[in-house]
Design a protein around this ligand. Structure first.
Ligand code: ADP
Ligand code: MG
Length: 270
């Protein structure tokens, strides 16, 4: 699905340059669920945006199903995004003046489907996330968890191959967090999605098939779980157990050191 090599991203910040990504190599298989952890400000969102074609790297290759998103023309990248990549954000990013139904429909506008088909598909997508009875509600009339469900419906209504989620439970309480992760996991399994999920929360990351850690703009893998040949077999995942409470910052458990030591300052001068 994805094959990234030597991906860097520099941002100009005043007179300084921030090296947000410092040479990321990453393969993501079709149907895989990859979690990405790491401290704030170390490049997780930048990486996700580049995976989603929302931003371009400063250098490197971002191969998505055989096409380099770093090199494609903007109209082509827009097309890939509109058809193949769904996003979910921490802050839901719903349009406050549009109903749940209209928010979900908005994802289909670039696909030039008829208004009738848009309406039907949006209703089906909202039903699939358990909001079939909330179609006309505005985001402000919904709870945080419900708003994130709308956002998930909006991301999935176009039936993308990939779902990219940036701290999707970061604004939710514990119970709602578990509901939303359960929903994402169901969608991932049932729809054969490829999912990359950025999370601060180790309990969530441990449910993924693989955990990457972003530190100082570099990605390393702290463990690789041996997977069954059928990537979506739920039975094989039963040993992972339910979400539980624990320190959300155990990024470097002593038995699983991060392979790559960080080097140098995160900020480099001009
Ligand atoms: P994370 O998601 O891990 O918290 P980000 O990818 O958002 O980290 O940010 C990585 C670094 O890049 C940070 O130092 C951040 O300030 C910087 N950065 C991110 N986006 C921009 C931007 N649009 N302009 C300038 N600097 C940015
Ligand atoms: Mg971020």
């Amino acid at each position: 699905m994805y094959k990234l090599s030597g991906v860097t991203k520099n941002y100009a910040k005043g007179r300084q340059t921030v090296a947000a990504l410092r040479g990321v190599d990453l393969m993501v298989e079709d149907g895989e669920w990859l979690a990405i952890q790491g401290p704030t400000g170390h490049g997780k969102s930048t990486l996700l945006q580049i995976l989603g074609g929302l931003d371009r790297p400063s250098s490197g290759i971002v191969d998505f199903d055989g096409r380099d998103l770093a090199q494609l023309r903007e109209t082509e990248v827009t097309k890939v995004r509109a058809t193949s990549i769904g996003f979910v954000f921490q802050t839901f990013n719903l349009i406050p003046t549009l109903s749940a139904q209209e928010n979900v429909e908005s994802a289909l506008v670039p696909l030039h489907t008829s208004a009738t088909v848009r309406r039907q598909r949006a209703a089906v997508a909202l039903d699939a996330v358990g909001l079939g009875d909330r179609l006309r509600h505005l985001p402000g009339e919904l709870s945080g968890g419900q708003q994130q469900r709308v956002a998930i419906a909006r991301a999935l209504v176009k039936e993308p191959k990939v779902l990219l989620a940036d701290e999707p439970t970061g604004n939710l309480d514990e119970d709602t967090r578990d509901e939303i992760i359960g929903l994402l996991e169901t969608m991932w399994r049932d729809r054969g999605l490829t999912m990359v999920l950025v999370t601060h929360d180790s309990a969530i990351a441990r449910r993924a098939q693989r955990i990457g850690v972003m530190k100082n703009g570099r990605l390393s893998f702290r463990r690789v779980r041996t997977q069954p040949s059928v990537p979506h077999a739920s039975a094989a995942r039963a040993d992972l157990g339910p979400l539980d409470e624990e320190d959300t910052d155990d990024l470097q458990p002593p038995d699983l050191p991060i392979a790559e030591a960080s080097s140098g300052d995160f900020l480099s001068g001009p």
